[in-house]
Structures are given as structure tokens and as C-alpha cells.
Design a binder for this molecule. Structure first.
Ligand code: DQA
Length: 167
């Protein structure tokens, strides 16, 4: 069951009309070391922080009635728990699993237990990097993958999510 927030009331004296804008919540989940975004290997990941990512996601989602809940953890079990929570709390998941992308069957299984759309984001172009980054378990579930667009990839994922949720 999604959380529905009602936004807006449009009424005219002659023909009063109720218009409810539906807000849908999208979870933006981030894996290990992404708390250091902006400080960690800036030549690869840039100088923007996760707070900047959150602000950009909110700005991208707002015109489409999408509310963002951005979370980050270095712990695999926490990410799995958040995916489980998303089953009842989120209309869609955008996930940058960090290095768990390449290792975690458990995160893949949790995503298989999630019914909404899933988009996978990587800040760097993982295909241009070491070969161990070329395989993603999460891609076996993801409805779309964005890599190498810097943090703009998150904004693009929010826009794609808006389209998918619009039906
Ligand atoms: C990353 C790519 C991963 O290979 C790496 O382990 C990360 C970040 C990215 O956003 O480019 O932590 O997911």
C-alpha cells in the first residue's frame, strides 16, 4: 500500500472541482562509502555530496509529485531492511548499491521481493573501470541502469521513475 498525500484544492464558485495531486514516495538507497561522496576519490565521483544528490532528487521529483526518501548505509543488512520497508512504503526504488552491486546476491534477492520499479544508478562509468565492476547482480532485477553520468544520473533516474509511475 502506498502512502498517498493529497496536494491542492482547485475550486471555482460556478463549478467547484476537487483536484488531488498524488504524491508518491521513491526511496533512493545508497550503499557503502557513498557517505563520503564529495571527499572520496573526487576525480572519479566528483565533489558533490550526498546532500547535494538529495537536493537534486527532490527538485527533480517535486514537479512530478514524487517525494524522495534518500538513505545511505555501509551495512548490507540495513540496505536489505530498507528494501523490505519499501515493499509497503515506496512506489519505486532508485539504488546505487556501491560495491555491493558486484557482490550481493542478498540485495538482489531482496529486490526480487519488491514489486515496484527499480532503477540502478552508478555515478562512474563502471564499464570503463576494473573488470570486477562490469558485473552487477542488481542489474538482473533493475528495470533500467544509468552509469557514468555523475550525480546527474540520480536526477535522470528520478525523471525516468516519474514516467514509469505515471503508467
Ligand atoms: C559506484 C561504482 C562501484 O563500483 C563502486 O564500488 C562504488 C560506487 C558508482 O556509483 O560509480 O562504490 O556504484
Amino acid at each position: 500500500m502506498q502512502r498517498i498525500a493529497m496536494r491542492g484544492f482547485v475550486g471555482g464558485p460556478a463549478a467547484p472541482t476537487l483536484e488531488f495531486g498524488v504524491t508518491q514516495t521513491v526511496h533512493v538507497l545508497n550503499g557503502p562509502n557513498l557517505n563520503l561522496l564529495g571527499k572520496r576519490e573526487p576525480e572519479i565521483y566528483g565533489r558533490d555530496t550526498l546532500a547535494d544528490v538529495e537536493a537534486r532528487c527532490r527538485a527533480a521529483g517535486e514537479p512530478h509529485g514524487i517525494a524522495i526518501r534518500l538513505l545511505q548505509s555501509n551495512a548490507e543488512h540495513q540496505i536489505i531492511d530498507w528494501i523490505h520497508e519499501a515493499r509497503t512504503e515506496a512506489a519505486g526504488i532508485i539504488i546505487n548499491p556501491g560495491a555491493f552491486t558486484h557482490t550481493s546476491i542478498a540485495i538482489l534477492d531482496a529486490l526480487h521481493a519488491y514489486e515496484g520499479p527499480v532503477l540502478e544508478v552508478h555515478i562512474s562509468n563502471v564499464h570503463k573501470r576494473e573488470s570486477f565492476r562490469h558485473h552487477s547482480y542488481v542489474s538482473l532485477r533493475a528495470d533500467g541502469v544509468i552509469a557514468g553520468f555523475g550525480i546527474q544520473g540520480y536526477e535522470l533516474a528520478v525523471l525516468r521513475m516519474a514516467r514509469l509511475l505515471a503508467g
